[in-house]
Design a protein around this ligand. Structure first.
Ligand SMILES: [Fe+2]
Length: 222
């Protein structure tokens, strides 16, 4: 676990599991409410311990998409906190049967059901923090990004990474879709938006526009 800059103290990062997936704890210290975005394998006890230390009520557990490394311990965290699980219904089948995807998890992953289906434009609020859902299919049909406009932060899951993009060769993946999602939705946001991906370091949209070869190729193709 480590705190990250800007929004400092409001976002904590839990990088865990066999392929180093990142779960984010985001909280409002005044309202004492929090949300968790993705729950990697082996992370739920650490997240829960931190939530207890901070005396927070967990309102939502959000899946950026249904791949097993992002929902690895979602069911366990839900049972500990009674928070509601939110995800796009297009990835429901992966969450109900985590071993049914092409790349099987190396250890058993408990299925988890969606309590609140997310769609383009859905908003989720904790205290003074509001997340707007941006539906960004391509890595999977149900991939979403979470945008906090006032703070200028975007949680991108496996859609956009620092210097790369999510793979599109898995079930329901599509290069055309991810290209459209990134070029028409993500890159339409202000350049100073900071991105928090599901793997690897943070970045900004400005940096990705100038340095990310996949993003540049998508622009060239349009
Ligand atoms: Fe993924």
């Amino acid at each position: 676990m480590s705190a990250v800059s800007r929004f400092a103290g409001l976002i904590e990062k839990f990088e865990d599991g066999p392929i180093w997936t990142i779960g984010y704890l985001v909280y409002d210290p005044e309202w004492r409410e929090c949300v968790v975005i993705d729950v990697p394998l082996w992370s739920s006890d650490k997240i829960y311990k931190r939530v207890k230390e901070l005396n927070l009520k967990m309102r939502y557990i959000i899946a950026t998409h249904g791949h097993w490394d992002h929902i690895g311990e979602m069911r366990k965290l839900k049972s500990l906190t009674e928070a509601r699980v939110c995800a796009h219904s297009a990835d429901d089948w992966m969450m109900c049967d985590p071993k049914g995807t092409v790349i099987k998890p190396p250890v058993p992953v408990e299925p988890v059901s969606i309590d609140i289906p997310l769609e383009e434009g859905t908003t989720l609020q904790i205290g003074d923090i509001t997340f707007k859902v941006i539906h960004t299919p391509g890595h999977s049909a149900g991939s979403v990004c979470l945008y906090e406009e006032r703070e200028g932060v975007l949680f991108t899951g496996d859609t956009l990474f620092a210097g790369s993009i999510g793979r599109t060769d898995l079930p329901s993946g599509s290069y055309d879709e991810i290209s459209k999602s990134i070029s028409t939705k993500i890159l339409a946001l202000p350049e100073n938006v900071k991105i928090f991906p599901g793997h690897g370091p943070e970045s900004t949209l400005k940096k990705e526009k100038s340095d990310n070869p996949f993003v540049q190729m998508m622009f060239a193709e349009r």
